[in-house]
Design a protein around this ligand. Structure first.
Ligand code: PAF
Length: 282
């Protein structure tokens, strides 16, 4: 595995692959890699001749009171995992390479409407930071395809919308969530959980699963389902941000005529803000 920090070396390597007509995949990450990220790399290798991963903790997508400073940075361990997974190129730029003029006041990419609710209202500016850095990574790497985890379902739909609206010539592939044996969705932020909180954390998945089962069994009173889910989460010790039954693609509230649904939840547990989602196709 080759490893570069600078944009010129990155471009030179990818250009050589393009000259050889090789298909290039990008897996954007913020590092602190777990099996979910490795699954993205494995999937990328199935679709492309060459796979690039980026590790960049993007300051633009963190709010002033969020965990940018304390976000776990484990570059050497991450590089080992990526090499073992057969990655071709790791791009791990410093902040100054991505934001040479600082990230405040610069041109940004903003995807309207779909970012106005769920994590978008809980984390103002977050999705502008995500869509801006992903656009920059797309322009720097110029991949043929890019892979994102379904655990961040809203992020995946935001990126799909951005690519559609701006005619970005990159195929976007969503990869199913990888879970721990007890159902907890793998996340870099699970490391914030104490032992007691870690034992409780799979309840988020259990509650989503129970709500999905009610819908599959024919229940269409989504307000009652979300109320029950929020009550269960509160009782278990979570502070729910939201629990919603939405249309899977545009994330608008689901009605009885909708068939492709996504149940999405975000809840705080101690220091961690956990998110998860499940699809239901009727
Ligand atoms: O999902 C993430 O890890 C980040 O939001 C991403 C897509 C790498 C952009 O910084």
């Amino acid at each position: 595995m080759n490893r570069v920090n600078g944009i010129a070396e990155l471009r030179a390597q990818v250009a050589a692959w393009k000259r050889a007509a090789e298909r290039v995949a990008l897996v954007p990450t913020m590092g602190n890699l777990h099996a979910g990220h490795i699954r993205l790399v494995e999937e990328a290798r199935r679709h492309a001749d060459r796979t690039v991963a980026s590790i960049f903790v993007n300051p633009m997508q963190f709010g002033p009171n969020e965990d940018f400073a304390s976000y776990p940075r484990t570059l050497e361990a991450d590089a080992g995992k990526l090499a073992a997974a057969g990655l071709d190129l790791l791009f791990a730029p410093p902040v100054e390479a991505i934001y040479p003029h600082g990230h405040l006041g610069m041109t940004t990419v903003s995807v309207p409407t779909i970012t106005g609710h769920l994590c978008g209202s809980a984390r103002p500016g977050h999705f502008d930071g995500v869509s801006t850095v992903v656009t920059k990574l797309f322009n720097l790497v110029q991949p043929d395809l890019a892979l994102f985890g379904e655990k961040d379902w809203q992020q995946l739909q935001v990126i799909r919308r951005m690519v559609r609206d701006l005619d970005v010539p990159i195929e976007i592939i969503g990869v199913p969530t990888v879970r721990e044996a007890d159902g907890l969705a793998m996340s870099s932020r699970n490391g914030y959980l104490s032992a007691a909180e870690r034992a409780l954390a799979p309840t988020l998945y259990t509650v989503l699963d129970a709500a999905a089962a009610r819908i599959r069994a024919g229940e269409r009173n989504y307000a009652a389902i979300t109320e029950a889910a929020n009550a269960t989460l509160l009782d278990a010790g979570f502070t729910p941000d939201y629990f919603e039954v939405r249309r899977a693609d545009d994330l608008l509230p689901a009605g009885p005529a909708d068939h492709d649904l996504r149940l999405l939840a975000a809840a705080r547990l101690g220091r961690a803000r956990l998110i998860d989602n499940l699809g239901v196709t009727l």
